[in-house]
Design a protein around this ligand. Structure first.
Ligand code: BTN
Length: 264
């Protein structure tokens, strides 16, 4: 990950994939777009070369989306924003976000990040030393009741500066965290390698077990903000569906499907 920095172009990406021994596949590289998830969803609808493992990457998104209706804002060259296309089975849908977060975590750990504490905050935020470095947004496309495919959006902070912003205490970028310059084409190739690996294992218990082993707050007292409000309890376990099981103070267990979790 400490190669000389290059721009993200079709040529640098193809070269990085070849250098890392990652299979070449259709991909789209854009200087600027609204959202790579939108591009990927349109591509899936065209159904020409939108194969499993194809991806869209952009230097800048002008309408990046986050989870729970939030926006995802980056600066030119500041992040790795990509969407990986998949055509999984319907029953594998819950695994898509898991494989995204796990692949990012392993990309960081297998690279120069062995010395940093990299884990997953439920459901699929990747954190370094407790600060968010990456968010994952899987979005499914349907033809009636038939699953057409999934756009697995990944936003990885590379050199965004959070000083003086509302995220100053909660977010981090990879370069300052690792103390190294990051070449985004090389980082992308490493990440695609991990995504391909876990894509091939999507139905395995290994994917769920490894994702669970990377979760940060299991066994801790947490508060979870969900649509209905805030609930407090102990994050006791996760189900293979990805749901969080929260032990409330009255001893009952609440199953949480979507929300934001925080310690304490
Ligand atoms: C989150 O809220 O944590 C998820 C953020 C996901 C952002 C990525 S950037 C690439 C892709 N395109 C989007 O519009 N969003 C995702």
């Amino acid at each position: 990950m400490d190669a000389a920095q290059t721009d993200l172009t079709e040529a640098t990406i193809s070269a990085a994939l070849a250098d890392r021994g990652v299979a070449l596949r259709p991909f789209r590289c854009l200087n600027e777009t609204q959202s790579t998830n939108d591009d990927a969803l349109s591509w899936l609808a065209e159904a020409t070369d939108a194969v499993d493992g194809a991806f869209v990457v952009a230097d800048l998104q002008t309408k990046g989306r986050g989870r729970l209706g939030r926006t995802w804002v980056t600066t030119p060259g500041g992040a790795l924003t990509l969407t990986y296309l998949m055509r999984p089975q319907v029953e594998q849908l819950a695994r898509v976000g898991m494989l995204g977060a796990l692949s990012v975590c392993e990309t960081i750990r297998h690279g120069a990040g062995a010395h940093v504490r990299c884990g997953i905050k439920w459901p699929n935020d990747v954190q370094i030393n407790g600060r968010k470095v990456c968010g994952v947004l899987p979005e499914a496309a349907w033809d009636g009741s038939r699953l057409r495919g999934v756009a697995l959006g990944i936003g990885l902070n590379v050199r965004l500066d959070f000083a003086g912003t509302a995220q100053e205490q909660t977010a981090v970028s990879l370069e300052p965290a690792l103390g190294l310059p990051i070449d985004r084409a090389d980082l992308l190739a490493r990440l695609i390698e991990r995504l391909d690996y876990w894509r091939a294992q999507i139905a395995s218990t290994d994917l769920f077990d490894t994702w669970r082993a990377h979760l940060n707050m299991i066994g801790e007292r947490v508060s979870v903000s969900e649509a209905a409000g805030v609930v407090n309890g102990v994050a006791e376990a996760v189900e293979p569906s990805g749901a969080l099981l929260l032990r409330l103070d009255d001893g009952s267990v609440q199953r949480v499907i979507a929300g934001d979790i925080a310690l304490g």
